[in-house]
Write a new protein. Structure first.
Length: 90
């Protein structure tokens, strides 16, 4: 997660410049994220809603998934399919 938006991504891209990186944005409706957050004991109340947009500001992604209605497994399947296509592996 990038609390500094694009500046954070740029710093990480520099550190990973020798590697092939797949930038994946994971979005969720702020209301849904807040509801999920309230069920987890190790979360600070309000952070999910606060960070829902902030962490994505200016960040460039190769792929975006939305966990609002998609399960973890569905999002992983989308990611894997994208990675296979990107690598030329069908």
């Amino acid at each position: 997660m990038f609390l500094g938006g694009r500046a954070s991504q740029d710093r990480l891209a520099e550190a990973l410049s020798d590697l092939t990186v797949l930038w994946v944005g994971v979005h969720c409706d702020p209301e849904v994220a807040a509801a999920r957050e309230s069920k987890r004991r190790n979360r600070i109340a309000g952070m999910a809603r606060l960070q829902a947009e902030q962490v994505h500001e200016g960040v460039l992604y190769d792929l975006v998934v939305d966990t609002t209605h998609a399960s973890t497994e569905e999002c992983a399947g989308i990611l894997m399919a994208h990675a296979r296509r990107s690598c030329g592996d069908t």
